[in-house]
Design a protein around this ligand. Structure first.
Ligand SMILES: C[S@@+](CC[C@H](N)C(=O)[O-])C[C@H]1O[C@@H](n2cnc3c(N)ncnc32)[C@H](O)[C@@H]1O
Length: 481
C-alpha cells in the first residue's frame, strides 16, 4: 500500500478507500479520477445554479451526493434515492462525519416510489441528477416534469446520456443504449425544456424554460421578462453608503454589493471603510473606500466627484451616517444640538443634494436615507431630543425631495429602524436600558442589522419605482405599542 496522509474530510475518506483499492486493482486509477471529476463537476453545477434543493436518483457510494452537498448553502437539502439499503449503510456514517452530511436525506427503495412520495408531499427541486437504471430515465423525467417537481429555472442533469456512444450506433441492441436514445429524443422534443449537448460520456443538462404564453401580461411573463427576485437585482448599478465602516451602513454596503451593485464605502474613519472594502472584495464585489466627514460640504462634494470619476454614474445613494448623544432637554447644549443636526440633517441634506444633482442629470436615481423610529415615537427612558428631532427632519426632507424629484426619475425614501443591536447601544450608559426596551418591542428582540438589508435592496431596485417619499419603518412593532 502507498502511504498517504490520514484522510480528513469524508470525501477524502471515500477517495482514500478507493485509492487503497487501486493498489489491489490498478484499473481503479481511471475510475478514481473519473469519480473525482464527476464530483467536482456536480459541485460546480450546484454553485453555478445556486441550487438549494437537489434530488439525486441513484446514489451509490454517496460520493456525488456529498460533493453536491458541499456546494449547497447551510439550509440546502439533497434527497438521495437509492435502491440498495446496504449503500445507505455504507454512506450514512460518512455523511454523519461531514459538516455537509446533515443536508443529505437518503431514501432507500425503488426511486419511482420515492418520487411519488415526494410529489404527494409537494416537494420541488432546483436541480435533479438522474443517475440510476437507464431504462427508467424517461419515466423519472416524465414524472418529475408532469408533477411539477422541477422549479422554475430548475436544471436536470442526466449522467451517461450517450452511453459510451451506443446511442449513436444504428445497429445497437444494447438495452441501455436504446433506452437512452429514446430518452434523448423525448427530451429534445419536449417544449418545457432546453437541452445542452452532452458532455463526457454523456452528462446532459436540461433547463426548465418559461412556459408558452397563456396570458401575455407583465404579471405572467415578468416586467421586461424579469421575475420578481430578478427585478430586485442591482447588477451594473453604482451605489454609495455613508457611515458604512460599521453597523447598519456596513450591512447596507454588503447587501447592495450582494445584489450586484458596485459600492463606494464612505466613512469618517478611513481604516474602517477600507476593511469593509476588503470584505466586499473577498465576496467578489467591486468596491472603493472614501474617507469623508459628511457634515462638511467640501467632503460631500469630493465624495460625489470621486464616485463619478471612478464609475461615471451614481444610481444609488444611501445617506446613513448619523450620531446620537443623550441629554435631558433642559440640559441640551446648543453645541450638542448643532453637532447632531450638522451630521444627521444638514449632512444628509448635503448628500441628497450633491447626489441628487448627478441623478437628476442622469434622469435616474434612488436615494435611501436612514431616519429612525424616533421620528415617530419618543423612545424612552433615554433622553435624546436632538436626535429625535433631527430624524423627524430626515423624514420631512425625504418626503419633500421624494415628491419634488419623482417626475425626473429620482426616488427618495427612508428607512426607520427601531433599536438596532450595534456597538453604539453597548455603551455603558445605554446597556442597562436594553431590558427595558425589550419589554416595549412586540417582536421580543432588538433589530439586527441584517433585518434591514432586504429593505435597502428593495428601495434601491427598480421593483420599488412607484414608491417615493416613504418612511419604511422596521422596528419589530415597537412604534405600535
Ligand atoms: C451510477 S450509480 C450512482 C452514482 C452516484 N450518482 C454518484 O454520482 O456517486 C447508480 C445507482 O443507482 C441505483 N439504482 C439503480 N436502480 C435504481 C432504482 N430503481 N431506484 C433507486 N436506485 C436505483 C444503484 O443501486 C446505484 O447505486
Amino acid at each position: 500500500m502507498t502511504s498517504s496522509p490520514v484522510p480528513d474530510t469524508p470525501v477524502e475518506v471515500i477517495v482514500d478507500l478507493l485509492t487503497k483499492a487501486q493498489d489491489i486493482a490498478s484499473y481503479c486509477d481511471n475510475m478514481i479520477s473519473d469519480l473525482f471529476l464527476a464530483g467536482q463537476t456536480l459541485k460546480m453545477l450546484i454553485h453555478m445554479s445556486q441550487a438549494k434543493r437537489v434530488l439525486e436518483i441513484g446514489m451509490f457510494t454517496g460520493y456525488g451526493a456529498l460533493s453536491m452537498a458541499e456546494a449547497l448553502p447551510e439550509d440546502g437539502c439533497l434527497v438521495a434515492c437509492e435502491l440498495e439499503p446496504y449503500l445507505k449503510e455504507f454512506a450514512q456514517p460518512i455523511f454523519d462525519k461531514s459538516p455537509h452530511g446533515k443536508k443529505i436525506n437518503v431514501k432507500t427503495g425503488n426511486a419511482m416510489e420515492t418520487l411519488k412520495e415526494l410529489a404527494t408531499a409537494g416537494e420541488q427541486f432546483d436541480m435533479v441528477f438522474i443517475d440510476a437504471d437507464k431504462n427508467n430515465y424517461i419515466n423519472y423525467y416524465k414524472f418529475i416534469m408532469d408533477n411539477n417537481m422541477l422549479r422554475l429555472r430548475g436544471v436536470i442533469c442526466i449522467d451517461n446520456s450517450l452511453f459510451k456512444a451506443r446511442v449513436y450506433l444504428n445497429e445497437t441492441t444494447d438495452s441501455n443504449g436504446l433506452a437512452l436514445r429514446e430518452f434523448n429524443q423525448f427530451v429534445s422534443n419536449d417544449p418545457r425544456v432546453e437541452q445542452v449537448i452532452p458532455l463526457r460520456d454523456g452528462l446532459t443538462l436540461i433547463r426548465r424554460v418559461p412556459p408558452c404564453k397563456i396570458t401575455d401580461d407583465e404579471v405572467f411573463r415578468g416586467v421586461t421578462g424579469r421575475f420578481i427576485l430578478d427585478r430586485m437585482r442591482l447588477d451594473g448599478k453604482v451605489a454609495y453608503v455613508t457611515g458604512a465602516g460599521q453597523g447598519i451602513g456596513r450591512a447596507f454596503a454588503h447587501a447592495l454589493g450582494e445584489a450586484g451593485a458596485k459600492v463606494a464605502v464612505v466613512d469618517l474613519d478611513g481604516a474602517k471603510a477600507e476593511t469593509v472594502v476588503e470584505e466586499l472584495f473577498l465576496k467578489g464585489i467591486n468596491a472603493i473606500s472614501i474617507t469623508a466627514d459628511i457634515s462638511k460640504s467640501d467632503d460631500v462634494q469630493r465624495m460625489i466627484d470621486a464616485i463619478v470619476s471612478k464609475w461615471g454614474v451614481i444610481h444609488i445613494g444611501c445617506n446613513n451616517a448619523g450620531i446620537n448623544m443623550n441629554s435631558a432637554s433642559e440640559d441640551t447644549s446648543l453645541e450638542e444640538w448643532d453637532k447632531t443636526f450638522n451630521v444627521n440633517l444638514r449632512g444628509t441634506f448635503m448628500c441628497c443634494q450633491a447626489a441628487g444633482r448627478v441623478m437628476l442629470k442622469q434622469g435616474y436615481g434612488k436615494i435611501i436615507n436612514t431616519a429612525s423610529m424616533a421620528s415617530l415615537i419618543v423612545p424612552h427612558p433615554q433622553k435624546q431630543l436632538s436626535y429625535n428631532t433631527s430624524k423627524a427632519g430626515v423624514v420631512k426632507l425625504t418626503q419633500t425631495l421624494g415628491t419634488e424629484w419623482a417626475d425626473r426619475g429620482v426616488r427618495v425614501n427612508c428607512i426607520s429602524p427601531g433599536i438596532v443591536d450595534t456597538p453604539l447601544i453597548h455603551s455603558e450608559s445605554l446597556r442597562p436600558l436594553v431590558q427595558r426596551w425589550l419589554s416595549d418591542i412586540p417582536a421580543g428582540r432588538l433589530a439586527q442589522v441584517t433585518d434591514l438589508q432586504a429593505a435597502v435592496v428593495y428601495l434601491a431596485s427598480d421593483a420599488s419605482d412607484y414608491m417615493t417619499g416613504h418612511n419604511l419603518v422596521i422596528e419589530g412593532g415597537q412604534s405600535l405599542w
